[in-house]
Each structure stands twice: as C-alpha cells, then as structure tokens.
Write a protein that binds this ligand. Structure first.
Ligand SMILES: NC(=O)c1ccc[n+]([C@@H]2O[C@H](COP(=O)([O-])OP(=O)(O)OC[C@H]3O[C@@H](n4cnc5c(N)ncnc54)[C@H](OP(=O)(O)O)[C@@H]3O)[C@@H](O)[C@H]2O)c1
Length: 303
C-alpha cells in the first residue's frame, strides 16, 4: 500500500487530502519507483487551484507533483532499461505526491553518483528550466546576465548555471535575499520601482546582454525591455501577453536538459538550497509556502 496526496475539487492547498492506495504492478515499459524525495514547484499549487485547467483539464481526483527521486522497486515485463535498486530521477506532469508510483520508464533519468535524493528531486523543473533558458539565450563568457527572481528555485539554479557557462550574473531579490544571492556568486539588486536604474548603475550602461525573467511582474518585464533596448535576448518562465508584447520569448524546454543539469549537479556546479524539508503528508502547508511566492531555493517533501 502506498500513500498519496490528492484533490477532488480545485481550490486552495487546503483541498488536499491524504489517502492510501494500492498500486498496480508495473506494465510494459513501466517502472515502480519508491520515492525518497519529492520536490514542490509553483505549478503544483497552480494546478490545485485550477489555474491550468484551460489547457490541461484533469480528471479529478488528481495527484499533484511533477518531480521526485527514488529507487526502482520493480520493473514491467521484458524490460531492460532500469533494474531493481537503480537510483533515478522522475519527471512527469502530475502524480508525484506519493510514497511510490508506477511511471513510464521514459520519464526516468539515472541519478548520477554523488547527488543525493533531495538534490536530485529538484533537478528536472528548476535545474532543467534554468538550463534550457540559458541555452536558449546562448549565454557565454562574454555575457552579463540579469536574472529576475534569482533567489527562487529556477532563479537560484540559473545563477549557478550561468556562472558555469562563464557569465557575470546580476540577480534580483527582496532585501531578505540579497546576501543569499551574494553567496551564490551573483551581484544582487532589489526589485521594485527604479529597478532598471539600479541595474544600470551596477552593470554600467548598456552592459546587460541577456535576461532571464522568472517572475513576470510589471517591473521585471518593463526593466527587461528598457535594459535590452530592442535586443531579443530575453526569455521568461512566466509567459503572457505583457511579456510577449515586450519581446520576451517563452522558455522552450530542451531535450536532454535533465541529464545536463544532473551532470552539473554531480560536478558540484549546481546545488539547491533546501529551505523547507517537510513530511509528504504536510503537502498542503508546503503549497501554502510556495504560493506565498518568496521562497529561497526549494521545498522538498519526504515520503
Ligand atoms: N514555463 C515553465 O516551463 C516553467 C518552469 C518552471 C517554473 N516556471 C514558473 O516560473 C516561476 C518561478 O518558479 P520558481 O520555481 O523559481 O518559483 P519560486 O521558487 O517560488 O521562487 C519565486 C521567487 O520569486 C521572487 N519574487 C517574488 N516576487 C518578486 C518580484 N516582484 N520581483 C522579483 N522577484 C520576486 C521571490 O524572491 P524574494 O523572496 O526575494 O521576493 C522568490 O524567490 C513560477 O511562476 C513558475 O510557475 C515555469
């Protein structure tokens, strides 16, 4: 028997319930994974709230959660890709808030040596998205990259990956996260009115060459357009009418991004700050923290 966190109606994180379920045997091409760490993303509370139902309608009840790490406990018939005992990273769309899950084997990535389960669980969404965005921007050693919301999951990964690519990094965060950004190696600025001026002062006129926006606020979009002055080297993880009108491209998730981010993690170039570790059954509280929108690094649920 396994535990799952599910919702039967859209709403606040408080609609989440804890249940017990009997999982099926893995079928052809499927693997049973015992999760050791499950990572929380803003998409999870947005999914529970029904914000995504226009483009991804769900059959309720549904289980949120799109990434986890664990150990293969069983494999489907005639399957050769993974073996019992293998340590793996899982990334899907929903279904991750579980102690164990039967998943398609093609949603698994081998966990590299030296990366623990908590770190591994954070790699696909935050690491993979940051990696994809910086590749899309073709960031390299000649760049000064501005990262909006640099203290969050995606932002903190992007700060580290951009530096691994050789770039200088300026990051925006609240006052409370300025020192944290410095520790990550970024030059911090506070967001809010006057942002573009503060960045210019730091970077010297015209020297921001690429922007990753991981918040999509009025400020971040306006400052991006002002600083890049017609250059199209700006990518957002929060696409919408406002950002597309301002010339920010939506992030495109790259094939192979999870393996690439996992390699950076194994090399010590990408480490997630785990701000909150909580039992899986406290998922509702974890989603409340995520929904508040001022996290530092990541929240991990422990099955
Ligand atoms: N399109 C995709 O494929 C994709 C993939 C991943 C994520 N996303 C989206 O990208 C966004 C970020 O994800 P995440 O996982 O990094 O979120 P997160 O971990 O919750 O981080 C949010 C960060 O935003 C910062 N923040 C809040 N208000 C801000 C503002 N007005 N200006 C600048 N920063 C602000 C907070 O920093 P302070 O505490 O310092 O304010 C916090 O660190 C979410 O909307 C998520 O859904 C999209």
């Amino acid at each position: 028997m396994s535990t799952r966190i599910y919702f039967e109606e859209y709403g606040s994180p408080q609609v989440l319930k804890v249940g017990i379920e009997e999982l099926p045997e893995p079928g052809e091409g499927q693997v049973l994974v015992e999760f050791r760490a499950v990572s929380v993303n803003p998409m999870d509370w947005k999914l529970v709230a029904g914000h995504l139902k226009q483009w991804a309608p769900l059959d309720l009840p549904a289980v949120p959660g799109s990434e986890a790490a664990g150990v293969v406990a069983a494999v489907g018939p005639a399957f050769e890709g993974f073996a019992v005992g293998d340590e793996v990273i899982w990334n899907g769309f929903i279904g991750g808030y579980r102690t164990e899950a039967v998943v398609p084997a093609d949603q698994l990535t081998p966990l590299p040596a030296g990366v623990d389960f908590e770190q591994a669980a954070c790699i696909p969404v935050a690491g993979g998205t940051a990696y994809s965005a910086l590749k899309q921007l073709a960031v390299g050693a000649d760049d000064t990259v501005l990262i909006h919301a640099a203290a969050g999951g995606v932002g903190s990964a992007a700060v580290q990956i951009a530096q691994a690519f050789g770039a200088r990094v300026i990051g925006t965060a609240s006052e409370a996260n300025q020192e944290y950004l410095r520790e990550l190696g970024a030059e911090p600025v506070t967001y809010g009115p006057g942002l573009a001026d503060r960045v210019r002062l730091l970077a010297e006129a015209g020297s921001v060459t690429a922007v990753l926006d991981a918040v999509g606020s009025d400020d971040s979009v306006a400052a991006t357009a002002e600083l890049l002055q017609g250059s199209n080297r700006a990518v957002t993880t929060v696409p919408g009418k406002r950002s597309s009108e301002a010339g920010l491209a939506a992030v495109r998730q790259l094939e192979g991004r999870i393996e690439e981010a996992a390699t950076l993690a194994a090399e010590g170039q990408l480490t997630f700050t785990i701000a909150h570790r909580m039992p899986l059954i406290e998922a509702a509280e974890a989603l409340e923290i995520s929904r508040a929108g001022h996290g530092r690094g990541k929240i991990v649920l422990l099955p």
